[in-house]
Design a protein. Structure first.
Ligand code: MG
Length: 380
């Protein structure tokens, strides 16, 4: 089996999300936007796909796609390792772009074998509990502008079936500025609103000082929170060692620091977090996350995956260790998460009343594309 064609394009759509100066998403006025769409075709007609706004279409077409023509998609590890080394000098070749290639390759392999990707990886479970991941705070009336607004929305999410909730609080350039006291107040009101049986987590501003991070961690420990993630710059591993040693709250990470499984190995041996973290988009695909999964398992640590990606769902289906939750979101009172993106016929992560998401049972990644929409809206 050989790859004969590989091409990335963009799909036009009407977005209801705007990104602020730091890159965080918020609800906004409808406007035209586009997402990347990668298709890799094999000589027997099998096609693997990846879709998403974070892949670099230019790098895919100029660097990645020509390099995979003629390759056997089942020699997946070899392709991934080669591309990983190419990232060093192709400075725009991000882990998110490597992830797109990796997803399309896994999609091909699953389709060819007629089974879902999580079973190709070695299946463990066919559904996972989800937590509701609330969007970063904003200054929108009826949105997430106050601690009280978080509490009201958290109550709503529990009514919808969520057994666990994560807050993202306020970050620049949104006013109010990051404020540890306001973060703790939001967490306190959410705990009061949902009661003691809902698991809670916090992902605050990512550039607090050690003292600010410790203040929040200790307060959240009192509120029986499950974990806090990325309260400081993750390049300062020493700060995370210090925080983990000084608080009783579990610290989860690293998420955004570069380096895939190798950097995670450094965090593990240095005791820089209590719970590990990785994700298909932030670490370069399913192939990469599985390396981290096995690494954490070997050290007796659990790992929580970042983001609501299709790849993460399949990894969660193949994890035999304590990776507890699928991150469902980002959720916002003014947005309808249950509505599929226009290039899909249905969402891939519907949640049942018990708070579980079923892993799509394929074949491949099990994505249900609306190819009529894609054909009409592809940008040539
Ligand atoms: Mg995070």
């Amino acid at each position: 089996m050989k790859i004969v064609k590989a091409e990335a394009k963009k799909i036009r759509y009407t977005s209801l999300m705007v990104r602020d100066g730091e890159g965080h998403s918020h609800p906004g006025k409808p406007h035209e936007d586009s997402v990347g769409f990668l298709a890799i075709t094999c000589d027997d007609g099998t096609v693997g796909y990846a879709v998403g706004g974070n892949m670099n279409v230019d790098i895919l077409n100029k660097v990645v796609c020509p390099a995979v023509i003629g390759e056997d998609p089942f020699m997946h590890e070899r392709i991934w390792q080669r591309m990983r080394t190419w990232q060093r000098l192709h400075s725009l070749f991000s882990d998110r772009t490597l992830c797109a290639l990796d997803l399309a390759l896994w999609d091909i392999c699953g389709k060819k074998c007629g089974i879902p990707v999580y079973k190709m990886l070695g299946g463990y479970r066919d559904k996972v509990p989800a937590y509701g991941s609330i969007m970063v705070g904003d200054d929108i009336k009826g949105g997430l502008d106050t601690p009280e607004a978080y509490a009201a929305y958290a109550k709503e999410l529990v009514k919808r079936g969520y057994k666990a909730i994560k807050l993202h609080t306020w970050m620049p350039p949104i006013i109010p500025a990051p404020d540890p006291k306001m973060d703790v107040r939001a967490c306190q009101l959410v705990r009061d609103a949902v009661g003691p049986d809902i698991e809670l987590m916090l992902d605050p501003y990512h550039d607090y000082t050690r003292q600010q991070a410790l203040y929040i961690a200790d307060a959240l420990n009192e509120l029986d929170f499950l974990w806090m993630e990325e309260p400081m710059d993750e390049h300062s591993m020493s700060s995370y060692i210090w925080l983990t040693q000084n608080t009783g709250l579990q610290i989860c990470g690293p998420e955004t620091a570069e380096g895939k499984n190798r950097m995670r190995a450094e965090w593990i041996v240095n005791g820089a977090s209590d719970i590990g973290r990785a994700g298909t988009e932030v670490t370069g695909g399913i192939t990469s996350v599985m390396k981290s999964v096995h690494l954490y398992e070997s050290f007796g640590m659990s790992i929580e995956l970042h983001g609501n990606t299709i790849g993460n769902l399949h990894v969660l289906g193949a994890m035999g260790i304590d990776g507890k939750y699928f991150e469902r979101g980002l959720l916002h009172p003014l947005l309808d998460y249950e509505k599929p993106k226009p290039w899909f016929k249905k969402i891939y992560d519907p949640m049942d009343e018990e708070g579980f998401v079923k892993i799509p049972d394929g074949p491949g990644l099990g994505l249900d594309f609306d190819f009529d929409y894609i054909k009409e809206n592809i940008i040539d």
